[in-house]
Design a protein around this ligand. Structure first.
Ligand SMILES: NC(=O)c1ccc[n+]([C@@H]2O[C@H](COP(=O)([O-])OP(=O)(O)OC[C@H]3O[C@@H](n4cnc5c(N)ncnc54)[C@H](O)[C@@H]3O)[C@@H](O)[C@H]2O)c1
Length: 330
């Protein structure tokens, strides 16, 4: 049994804490959040301790591992404190919004021999796993092109956007990680186009809401990512991988497979799953289990701080390209 503390009782912390509590191989010991009511209500629902002091939780000897689900600007501090005390870490993306700070943190984790997994949950989605297995089995032959469409149902709250680091570091980073994983080669060149088609006031933040990113690897493999902060038809998550022997396609998921016919319309299906908490429910669960399994087996963690660094670097290159209008070498 891996004894786990979850830091942060917000949107993502609640998901992680519930998954730890439900895991047969882990024990949820404590959840920490400075908002006492948030910590208390989550802890009482899941039957664990509550704390308002994450730093004190990290000093406890009865904790083996920590899940960091706190705001991005706290990730590095908690990650390094946990590693110094010999605790394994599952840390939410991104490591930080600043590349230099992220690099320094990654070096420190390595120097201390820390075990840190970056929470790129989409890799653990059953469909993404099926993609990876099919690619590894040679079903598509040599991968040539990856196309990812990722659109949120609506703009996040203004306060969130202001601290998010922008669409590339906050949202597209998931797709950049997925691109690296599916291409099986590091992108060496990034080209991006970015617009404000949903919210013009994002200009004040040098941010965008609608972007297209193109990546190229050294051998010429390509990826095209489409992202938008608003899709009135729901959370749009599709992927395509094509290669020398075939193609893989992932369509959107819906609550059920029912299709309706009537006088007015034919083949009407239910709306798409609402947002990431619903769409990636299974992925968050599998991500947590992969973390716990690796700790129990003392085997390598499935993602690393290096994955976090590489995705952040691609996000920074995409922003640079969008602002300069030029392709950027990674
Ligand atoms: N992987 C994903 O799909 C995914 C989805 C959403 C958010 N995230 C990431 O998770 C992180 C949190 O995002 P969120 O949407 O859950 O935010 P949120 O604002 O809903 O929750 C953050 C929580 O952390 C608490 N907190 C703040 N400072 C703290 C501290 N010092 N110690 C302990 N708790 C503290 C806040 O009170 C809040 O309850 C961000 O880094 C974000 O990028 C990842």
């Amino acid at each position: 049994m891996i004894r786990i503390a979850v830091l942060g009782a917000g949107r993502i912390g609640r998901i992680h804490a519930s998954n730890v509590a439900a895991s047969p191989n882990a024990k949820l010991v404590v959840v920490a959040d400075p908002v006492e009511s948030a910590a208390n209500s989550l802890a009482s629902r899941l039957g664990c301790e509550a704390s308002t002091d994450a730093a004190a939780v990290l000093e406890r000897n009865d904790i083996d591992a920590v899940v960091i689900g706190t705001p991005t600007d706290t990730h590095i501090t908690f990650m390094l404190e946990a590693v110094k005390r010999g605790k394994a870490v599952l840390c939410e993306k991104p490591i930080d919004l600043d590349m230099e700070k992220s690099l320094a943190a990654a070096n420190e984790v390595e120097r201390l021999g820390g075990r840190v997994m970056l929470a790129f949950n989409r890799r653990f989605d059953p469909t993404s796993q099926a993609f990876r297995k099919a690619i590894d089995a040679g079903d598509v032959g040599e991968v040539r092109q990856v196309i990812i469409s990722s659109r949120d149902p609506g703009m996040p709250p203004r306060d969130y956007v202001e601290h998010s680091g922008g669409i590339f570091r906050d949202m597209v980073i998931h797709d950049l990680d997925m691109a690296r994983w599916l291409l099986g080669e590091e992108p060496v060149e990034v080209m991006a186009m970015a617009s404000r088609l949903v919210d013009e006031s994002l200009e004040k933040l040098t941010d965008f809401d609608t972007v297209m990113v193109q990546l190229r690897t050294a051998s010429g493999k390509q990826c095209h990512i489409n992202c938008c902060r608003e899709a009135v038809y729901g959370y749009d998550q599709r992927m395509e991988v094509s290669g020398s022997k075939g193609m893989l396609l992932q369509e959107n998921l819906r609550p059920s497979t029912i299709r309706r016919w009537s006088k007015e319309a034919t083949d009407v299906r239910e709306p798409l799953l609402n947002f990431f908490l619903e769409r990636y429910e299974a992925a968050y669960k599998a991500e947590l289990e992969a973390f716990v399994d690796a700790l129990n087996a003392n085997s390598p963690l499935p993602t690393s701080v290096q994955d976090g660094l590489k995705a952040l670097r691609l996000a920074d290159c995409a922003l640079e390209s969008a602002l300069s209008g030029k392709a950027v070498k990674v």
